[in-house]
Design a protein around this ligand. Structure first.
Ligand code: G6P
Length: 477
């Protein structure tokens, strides 16, 4: 099946580096490409167009599917849309895609690895689950077939994340000659939790992953959890190597981007919203920026802030909680409900404590990267308190762009804790009172200490930039 003109390096991920929007033009509509951000996109650009790398991803919606139709069946998207990257987009049937992405990847595997189930009633692995699982298999097979077709003899293929756990095993069967890596951007569940999956499915996931030559994780903790699952369920790693690559923040990109005019404008607007303390001084800010994931713990963050205002009324009028909670996976009802709860609680706090000149919580829910950077620059305290998180790049980005130094309140359940724990104020994410105390400690940290710690946090956060992160994995393969 190997093609003579195949690629030497391939990446596979559900979400690709570009996605399309279809704008009406009186006819068929015009396609507009939006380039994705994030570590993987910038990491891959480091290998350059000469490497002949191909990125295989899924069409995520109707506009992407239309793009696949218009551009030769997705065999290559136009280079001007992808920043020169060679991208093959797969048009997987919408119902199959939705069952695999929403029904399995986001509703089951994400829940297992982040330990999100309310176990008295869920999960219940019924016939509907089995039906969706069959879609997850087809979706994985579509990726494996495309990779098998695209790869040159002996190529290196790096598969990303929980969406594609079966791809390494399938690809191994199609193409024994290629070197296969898989990288998990999420935590891995501890064995007792992982075993909630039906036995055959749990084993299928592990064996799918073990089809790879090498598996990468963000921290030692997630790598050990995976190895623990294999020990219990498959009798070990069967020769598959495991490595840890703690993806870091891209300092160069962030610092340049954070000093552009649009960010400065947003800093001014934010300062306006935050307002001045009664004594005329600047109000302190506790900043959080998240996609509204169930694992991000935004609600307990608000509860902790409310506790702070109760326990220490001296902070009233003198602090503002700036919370950006950007939409994520709105196809899922529990995500919509969680978003509604975040809004409700923010409004409740504002109604109860707010005064004519002071809004205690400034909540924004429309995604705006420039505004996120503006908040990073002015934050006195960053609150990063996930229930569980593969890494959490926000914890790494804030200290890098902070103007005057920022105290970091960090959950011990975030992957970033392994690298940043020493200079952060560490919290148990379930402990609301403990988090309120940590916020107080962070707010009262003396300026010089904050600046010192922030500098060390930034150094740790940028130790492994995205490009190097990607190249290391490739070299190891
Ligand atoms: C989180 C995870 C990534 C994952 C992404 C998918 O950010 O850390 O590993 O790829 O979610 O999100 P999506 O918006 O594509 O469902």
């Amino acid at each position: 099946m190997a093609s003579t003109h195949g690629a030497e390096v391939l990446v596979a991920s559900n979400r690709g580096p570009v996605s399309y929007e279809l704008r009406p033009d009186g006819g068929e509509g015009t396609l507009h490409a939006r380039r994705g951000g994030g570590g993987l996109v910038s990491g891959l650009s480091a290998i350059g167009p000469d490497a002949g790398a191909v990125w295989v991803c899924a069409a995520l919606g109707d506009a992407d599917r239309e793009a696949v139709r218009r551009f030769e069946g997705g065999r290559r998207l136009p280079a001007e849309d992808t920043g020169g990257q060679r991208v093959r987009m797969l048009d997987i049937a919408p119902d199959v895609f939705s069952d695999a992405y929403n029904g399995i990847a986001n509703s089951v595997l994400w829940f297992v690895h982040h330990m999100l189930y309310q176990t008295p009633l869920e999960p219940a692995f019924d016939a509907e689950f089995r039906r969706r699982w069959a879609s997850y298999e087809s979706y994985n097979r579509a990726f494996a077939e495309a990779l098998a077709e695209e790869a040159a003899e002996g190529a290196a293929v790096v598969v990303q994340d929980y969406h594609l756990t079966l791809v390494p095993g399938m690809l191994r069967d199609f193409r024994p000659d290629v070197r296969i890596g898989h990288f998990s951007h999420t935590p891995w569940a501890p064995v007792d939790y992982f075993r909630m999956l039906p036995d055959d499915i749990a084993e299928q996931v592990l064996r799918g992953m073990l089809g790879a030559d090498r598996l990468g994780f963000l921290t030692r903790r997630w790598a050990d959890a995976f190895a623990g699952c294999c020990e219990a369920l498959t009798g070990g790693l069967a020769g598959t190597r495991i490595g840890v690559h703690g993806l870091g923040a891209d300092a160069e990109f962030l610092r340049e981007r954070a000093h552009r005019a649009d960010v400065k404008e947003r800093m001014a607007a934010l300062r306006e919203e935050i307002g001045m303390a009664p004594d005329g001084g600047a109000r302190r800010t506790i900043v959080r920026v998240d996609r509204t994931e169930l694992s991000k713990n935004i609600v307990r963050g608000l509860l902790a802030y409310r506790q702070l205002l109760d326990d220490r009324p001296e902070w009233r009028e003198r602090v503002v909680h700036v919370a950006f909670a950007y939409p994520s996976r709105q196809d899922l009802a529990v995500y919509r409900e969680y978003t509604a709860e975040v809004r409700r609680l923010a409004e409740e706090i504002n109604a109860r404590y707010g005064t004519p000149g002071w809004t205690p919580v400034v909540l924004h829910v429309e995604d705006d990267f420039a505004r996120s950077l503006a908040a990073y620059r002015i934050a006195d305290v960053a609150l990063v308190n996930p229930i569980r998180d593969g890494m959490n790049l926000v914890a790494k980005e804030v200290p890098v762009v902070s103007d005057a130094g920022c105290a970091l309140v960090l959950s011990r359940e975030a992957g970033a804790y392994a690298e940043l724990g020493d200079d952060a104020i560490v919290v148990n994410p379930y402990d609301v009172v403990g988090t309120a105390d940590a916020l107080h400690e962070a707010l009262t940290m003396a300026g010089p200490e904050r600046a010192e710690r922030s500098k060390r946090l930034a150094a740790a956060a940028t130790a492994l930039p995205p490009a190097q992160w990607f190249l290391d994995q490739l070299n190891e393969l």
